[in-house]
Design a protein around this ligand. Structure first.
Ligand SMILES: O=C(O)CCC(=O)C(=O)O
Ligand SMILES: [Fe+2]
Length: 312
């Protein structure tokens, strides 16, 4: 297997963002220290124990999976606000939006015997043909070690830049092997999928996905974290889950700023929906040109699990 793009926590966020722009992914080691990891496991263990495995093929028949992580897990709230993480995500998505937002949060706990997931693009939610500007920057936190045997995430480096229609072959797939506490970040247009768990232990990953704040979130954060709960969160987290403007004049409530409405600080009159800072930021982002809007069929790609598992 070719060397994975791996960085230390002390790396410059811009360098990590560049690796994600070039190769579609990066791994940062030691994002969680031993205490944070222990707190996270302590919170996740009862949630995992209380959740039945298996839903359907894509979700994994031997996978314990649940979302709404920010409502359920305090340590996940800390992780979502990690300054290094946010700087990297800003570096990846920032040129294409005025605001970043949290798009999905959840746990993927692969039990022994789980088979490989279909390779897919998370950004396939949105009807853009590839290549497209970055829409999603996904993160996968290794709660256990991620190994070749226990189902470390498969990735196809560079596939975020491929033309629509190109599908991966086995020699193009790598596995994100990383010790517990590491963080995998990837562009949502990179082909990837959970691996097969051929070990005797579970593989636990925590996903926190970000996206351009002008897109609808995959997980409905307003219902996952309703106002009475969100009010107890740090303000930056309130903003990241969507209690914020997604751009100038995008997402107001009764013509007022949603964060001010949430926290009861909105005035009586129409709110200031185009604060200067937001407008200045808008001037620095790119306006996109859609080169083609011809309809085309959408499909998922399945690679044979055994073939890919044998790739080196
Ligand atoms: O479990 C993994 O490693 C990846 C899961 C995934 O990509 C997904 O469910 O969208
Ligand atoms: Fe995925």
């Amino acid at each position: 297997m070719s060397a994975l793009r791996t960085f230390e926590r002390s790396a410059a966020p811009a360098t990590v963002a560049e690796a994600i722009a070039d190769e579609g992914y990066a791994i940062i080691r030691d994002m969680l220290d031993a205490d944070s990891l222990a707190r996270l496991r302590g919170e996740l263990d009862p949630l995992i124990a209380a959740t039945p495995a298996g839903h359907e093929d894509f979700m994994g028949m031997r996978t314990v999976r649940f979302g709404r992580l920010l409502a359920r897990c305090e340590q996940a709230r800390v992780m979502a606000l990690d300054p290094m993480l946010l700087e990297v995500v800003e570096g990846v998505l920032g040129p294409f939006c005025v605001r970043i937002q949290i798009n999905y949060t959840g746990v993927m706990h692969l039990l022994p015997g789980e088979t490989a997931q279909i390779l897919h693009r998370d950004a396939g939610l949105y009807p853009f043909q590839n290549p497209a500007p970055p829409l999603i920057c996904a993160t996968m936190w290794a709660v256990t070690d991620f190994t070749r045997e226990n189902g470390a995430t498969w990735l196809v480096p560079g596939s975020h830049l491929w033309d629509e229609g190109r599908t991966p072959v086995e020699s193009e797939v790598v596995q994100a092997e990383m010790p517990a506490g590491s963080l995998l970040l990837y562009n949502g247009a990179v082909f990837h999928g959970g691996g097969a768990n051929r070990s005797n232990g579970a593989r636990t990953g925590c996903a926190i996905q970000f996206s351009l704040a002008w897109l609808r979130q995959e997980e409905n954060q307003y219902m996952a974290c309703p106002p009475e709960l969100a009010r107890t969160f740090p303000q930056r987290l309130q903003e990241l889950i969507g209690y914020d403007l997604g751009a100038v004049n995008l997402g107001f409530v009764d013509h007022k700023h949603p964060n001010e409405v949430l926290n009861g600080t909105a005035g009586d009159g129409p709110g200031d929906l185009g604060p200067e800072a937001l407008q200045r930021r808008e001037e620095r982002t790119n306006k996109l040109r859609v080169a083609s809007w011809a309809p085309m069929n959408r499909k998922r790609v399945r690679l044979d699990a055994d073939v890919v598992q044998g790739s080196g």
